[in-house]
Design a protein around this ligand. Sequence first.
Ligand SMILES: C=C(OP(=O)(O)O)C(=O)O
Ligand SMILES: [Mg+2]
Length: 558
Amino acid sequence: MTETRLRGVGVSHGVAIGQARHMGTTVLEPPQRRIGPAEAPRELARARRAAQAVAADLRARGTLAGGEAHAVLEAQALMAEDPELLADTERRISVGSSAERAVYDALAAYRALLAGAGEYLAGRVADLDDVRNRIIARLLGLPTPGVPDSDEPYVLIARDLAPADTALLDTSLVLGFLTEEGGPTSHSAILARALGVPAVVAVPGAGEIPSGVVVAVDGSTGEVVLEPSEERRDRLAEAAARRRAALARATGPGATSDGHRVPLLANIGGPADVPAAVAAGAEGVGLFRTELLFLSGGERPPAVEEQARVYREVLAAFPEGRVVVRMLDAGADKPLDFLGSGAAEPNPALGVRGLRALLARPEVLADQLAALGEAAAGLPVHLEVMAPMVADRADAAAFAAACRAAGLGAARGAMVEIPAAALRARALLQEVDFLSVGTNDLAQYAFAADRQLGAVARWQDPWQPALLDLVALAAEAAGAEGRSCGICGEAAADPALACVLTGLGATSLSMGAAAIPRVRATLAKHTLAQCRRAAAAARAADGAGAARAAAQAVLSGE
Ligand SMILES: C=C(OP(=O)(O)O)C(=O)O
Ligand SMILES: [Mg+2]
C-alpha cells in the first residue's frame, strides 16, 4: 500500500507510530418512541436518575484521575445535571417523547448552540456528546461507547476525545491521539499534553482511517501518514529524536540563556504526582494543592497524623529542594462538605472560600499547620506555606499569626489571586515573606469571568494584557521589597508566556510536570533582556491574541 498523507494541527509534541484503533464514539440515536401522558412521570424519573448516575460516575472518575482531569470531569458532571437541559428534557417528555429520545433531542439542541459559539465552546461539544452517549446508553441498557479494548499499543483515533475517557487512558497502550475535530484548547489537546502523549487534532478524514492500518502521527508538525514507508518512519523517528535530544540537552536548573535563574517547580495534588515531577527535573514544588487529601476524607478533615504522613511523603522526595504547600483552598470550584463551603451562598466564588473559610474554622488551619510541622521535622527540605485567596493586608496578617501560633518555622506566603492583592502587594509583604501568583483565579476575578464557565472562557486566556499588568504589579512589589514572587497558575506552563512572566519579574515558575522540559528549553534560548522586551510587547498589545503574537515576534527575533 502506498502512503497517504493527512494534515491536522499538532497539539502535543512527539511522534507516535502504531496501528489505528477507533474510539467508539457513534452517537447513540434512540428510536422515536411516543409515550402516553400516563407514562410521562415514569419517563421523567428515568431521565433524572440516568443523568444523576452519569454525573456521579463522572465525578468518581475525576476523583480517581486527579490533577487536571478532575476539574474537566467535574465540568462534565455539571453538564449532565444542567437544570436547563433537564427542564428541556422534561418539556419534551410532557409532549410525548420517551426519556432517551427527550435527552437526545434536548442535548442535540444545546449541542448546536455550542458548536456555533466560537472556538472554545465548540471545543466543549465532544464533552457534551460524551455526556449524551453516557446518559442514553444507560437509559437503553447498553455499554457506553469508549476506549477500544486492546492488549497491543495503538494510536487512538476519535472524532474528538471526551475527558472521561482520556482521563483514565492506559498510557502504556496509547501511543498517540488523532482526532477529526477539536482544536488547541479542546480537552483532547489539554489532556494529551498533560499525559505527554503525541497528538494531532482537526485532521479531516481521520474517521475514515481503517482500523488496524499503521499510522504515523507527528504532534510537532501536525503531519499524519497512513502506511508510512520504512524511509518515512526512519525520518520521522529521527526528527523526533532530534527534538527530544534538544529538550534533553536543556537539563539542569531553569535559567535564561544569559544565566538569570528562574527555578522551575511542579504543581502537584499529592504524592502520586511526585514521580513525574522528579522525572521532569522539577527543582521542587511550587504549588502543592492539598484539597485532594481533604476531598477523600468525607465529612471530617483527615486527622493530623494522616495529613502529616502524606505531607512527609512529598517533602521527603525533594531533599534540599523547595516545597510550597498551599493551605486548604475550599469553596467555589473546590467545595468541601465539612467546611459547609458554598452550600448556602448565592455566589460561592465571591464567598467564604480559601483563607476566609480557614479563618472561619481556625482549628482546621491549625491542624494543617501542625501536620506540616510534624511532617517536615528532621528533613532538610525548605518547606514554605502559603494561603489561598488573600485579599488584603489583614488577611495576610491573620495567616502569618496562625503560622506563628503553630510554631511553624516555614517561610509564609500569600497567593495573589484577587486583583486587590496584586494592587496592594507591597502591603501584603509587610506581613508575609513571599508572593505566589495564581493566574487561574486572578483571571477569574480580574475579568469577572467564572473559571468553570465555558461561555466566558475567552477571558481565562492567560495572555490577556490586563492579567499581565496585575502580574507585573505583584512582581514589581516583590522586587522592591527584595522578596520572591512565583507564578503557579496555568500561565507558567506555556513556554512563550513563561518567558514573558520572567520578563515581568517572576522569580520562579510552577506548572504541571509535563510542561517543565519544554519551558526549560524555551527559557534557555532567550536572554533576560529579550524576555523583558517580550513582556513589554505583550503588555502594549490589546487582547490576548495580539499579546501572544507580539511576544512571539520578539522571542523569535523578528
Ligand atoms: C494556582 C491557582 O490555584 P487553583 O487553580 O488551585 O485555584 C490559581 O488560581 O491560579
Ligand atoms: Mg486559585
